[in-house]
Design a protein around this ligand. Structure first.
Ligand code: ZN
Length: 314
């Protein structure tokens, strides 16, 4: 046993953001252009505070530094994951992330970024950008130089419940009318390829064409892991992805189900409904960490949770 770490989210304004982080998730948003909730983060650009208990008011980065025992003594200098809830009222820029090796050299030792998206909700005709249609780097360079974005980018329709793993080097963009839970490596390194010629405070946001060209994989190949759903007690557990950086599951409970925390630590976000964990009330929008060695726990109620953890041997 031990105690659960409930976190206070960090909310961020973005030119493409909206107000659903308040209307859907009851977060206290700074404006109706709020794009991101950093729900579980120890990143310096948005370090979550512990909401209550023994460590109330302390930053997650500090606890991670001082108390590795709560995190399975994993051998990492920084808390490895970052969970965001994203409200894209408008299109996000078309972008790409580097892998660890490139980021280490070109971004002062930062982590690269592998990320994945669970589509929590979206408009009827919503789409996302994932991948591109250039067959070679030369063709890619040419299409970018000639502003042939329509031909270059690969857009696909989405629906609620879809899941996408975005490997480093994959051109991608969340499009307007989409609410997403993103699980990613704790990194803020993004190379912006195209921003629809939008202005922010009177000027275009910076683009990073050279670095984008360095890291974009050519040609793009779509890969999809099969999604496995298994019934377990009064729950359905959907295994969304396992990669070298994280495993992500969706757990839908109607009734109750017992689980065992046998990972270095487990992160949970309640994305729908409400209920209890070990008798403590939880509701949509709550984010918490179940520490190492916590043992058995019980989820009860009518709720959906997205959970993530890092592999045992990091
Ligand atoms: Zn991204």
């Amino acid at each position: 046993m031990g105690e659960l770490f409930f976190l206070k989210p960090v909310l961020k304004e973005m030119i493409w953001g909206g107000s659903r982080l308040k209307t859907d998730f009851s977060y206290d948003i700074p404006s109706d252009h709020t794009g991101e909730c950093w729900a579980v983060s120890a990143h310096k650009n948005g370090d979550c505070e512990i909401a209550d208990g023994m460590f109330k008011g302390q930053k997650l980065s500090q606890i991670f530094k001082d108390h590795k025992e709560f995190f399975g003594n994993i051998k990492m200098d920084v808390f490895p994951l970052l969970i965001k809830i994203i409200d894209a009222k408008q299109d996000l820029s078309i972008q790409v992330h580097p892998d660890d090796a490139y980021a280490k050299i070109h971004e002062n030792g930062a982590l690269g970024k592998t990320e994945c998206w669970d589509i929590l909700d979206c408009d009827q005709d919503a789409k996302i950008v994932i991948g591109h249609n250039a067959k070679t780097k030369e063709e890619l360079e040419e299409m970018i130089a000639n502003n042939e974005w329509g031909r270059l980018i690969r857009e696909i329709p989405i629906k609620k419940g879809d899941f996408f793993q975005i490997e480093p080097g994959t051109v991608h963009a969340i499009k307007g009318g989409t609410l997403i839970l993103e699980t990613q490596q704790s990194s803020d390194v993004t190379y912006r390829l195209y921003d629809y010629n939008r202005m922010q405070n009177g000027k275009p946001r910076e683009l990073h064409i050279k670095k984008s060209l360095d890291v974009i994989r050519c040609p793009y190949t779509a890969r999809k892991q099969p999604q496995v759903i298994r019934p377990y007690q009064d729950a359905l557990v959907e295994e969304l992805v396992t990669c070298p950086y994280y495993s992500v599951n969706k757990i839908e409970v109607s009734g109750k189900a017992d689980f065992k925390q046998d990972k270095p630590f487990t992160i949970m976000t309640v994305v729908n409904g409400d209920g209890e964990i070990d008798g403590r009330k939880i509701k949509k929008g709550d984010n918490f960490i179940i520490p190492s060695g916590y043992g058995k726990y019980e989820l009860k109620g009518d709720l959906s949770v997205i959970s993530s953890y890092v592999p045992q041997l990091v």
